[in-house]
Design a protein around this ligand. Structure first.
Ligand code: ACO
Length: 318
């Protein structure tokens, strides 16, 4: 039996820092409201001309360095993104060309904030079936480009960035299990209504009924935690680190309470990065690996919830 194992992580943030105080000049809000209701203090945004692929490339190169493999060793390139550079080619194909890799499958995966969890699950299946030995999984977003900067209920919440993981085949896990779900019945609560496909590209900006999303996110993430533990016969106390999607500190705290895990064992970056959608989990993961908090052999639980609705988890023996 083959498993996939995390060989290396990387991440990259764009250089334009926007604080809550900066937002006070753009929309009718206060730094305190944003901090108290979300935990966000600042976020990083792309500059003019900077793209999703630029962020993905920087994160990917760091992950490849950490993994100690060459880009030419890759058998699969997956980019989870909601904000691809172009309608096509996929950002994964653009990244493949930047890395000077030729021939291996490369594709984008769109599951909004759950995108990285979905992409890890897909890459894990490629490796378990023997279809790939080394896979690059990236979450990269320029969410700032699909925000309505006159809508204070959404524009204060998000940031840009990228995170990446290199997975390699191993005889022992590694990724223990992944759990994916979606329910399109909730499509109207969180959406970008316009697109080229429906003839309304001019309406390609995010709309969210934040309050309803919040309530459903808290209960759904509680359920996915139980599902993951039950599927593996594990107890809450077996989890060393929770690496949640970073949407709102209050949602993260609710999941931590459900797990009886102290906040010191939860990787929290929402204050510094805001919600970077599919990039948020790999950004947090890389930060905690590089600062020495997460160590080899520890049990990690990643969980995410986002537009669709989509939700899911990844359980990893790091
Ligand atoms: N500044 C000041 N006041 C504001 C702001 C703002 N930026 N935004 C909203 N308000 C006001 C509202 O108008 C409302 O005023 P009212 O009472 O006079 O009507 C009041 O603040 C409270 O608004 P709520 O929406 O009830 O505030 P809430 O505490 O729910 O926080 C938030 C809003 C932060 C959006 C929260 O609901 C949330 O985090 N939702 C979930 C987000 C999420 O997880 N999304 C999924 C992932 S994202 C993805 O997939 C792309």
């Amino acid at each position: 039996m083959k498993y996939s194992r995390v060989l290396g992580t990387g991440s990259h943030l764009p250089s334009r820092l926007m604080t809550n105080a900066d937002l006070e000049a753009i929309v009718e809000t206060t730094a305190d409201w944003i901090q108290e209701r979300t935990g966000i203090e600042q976020r990083y945004l792309v500059a003019d001309g900077e793209t999703c692929c630029d962020l993905a490339e920087a994160a990917a190169r760091r992950a490849l360095d950490a993994a100690g493999i060459q880009a030419s060793d890759l058998d699969l390139i997956l980019v989870a993104t909601t904000t691809p550079d172009q309608v096509f080619p996929s950002t994964a194909c653009l990244l493949q060309q930047r890395l000077d890799v030729h021939g291996c499958p490369a594709f984008d995966l769109q599951a909004v904030c759950t995108g990285f969890v979905y992409a890890m699950s897909v890459a894990d299946k490629f490796i378990r079936t023997g279809a790939a030995k080394y896979a690059l999984v990236v979450g990269s977003e320029t969410i700032s480009r699909i925000l309505d900067w006159t809508d204070r209920t959404t524009c204060v919440l998000f940031g840009d960035g990228a995170g990446a993981v290199v997975l390699g085949a191993a005889d022992e896990p590694g990724i223990i299990s992944t759990h994916l779900h979606a329910d399109g019945a909730y499509k109207d609560l969180l959406q970008v209504p316009g697109g080229h496909g429906n003839g309304h590209p001019e309406a390609a900006f995010m709309e969210m009924k934040g309050n309803e999303v919040f309530r459903i996110a808290v209960t759904t993430l509680g359920r996915i935690v139980d599902e993951t533990l039950d599927a593996n016969g594990l107890d809450k106390s077996d989890i060393d680190w929770l690496i949640p999607h970073q949407a709102n500190i209050r949602i993260i705290q609710a999941t931590a309470r459900k797990l009886d895990i102290p906040m010191e064992r939860v990787v929290v970056t929402v204050g510094e990065h805001g919600n970077t959608s599919s990039a948020s989990i790999p950004l947090a993961f890389d930060q905690a690996v590089r600062d020495g908090r997460i160590r080899r052999g520890e049990m990690l639980l990643m969980e995410a919830f986002g537009g669709g609705f989509t939700w899911g988890s990844v359980l990893i023996r790091y």
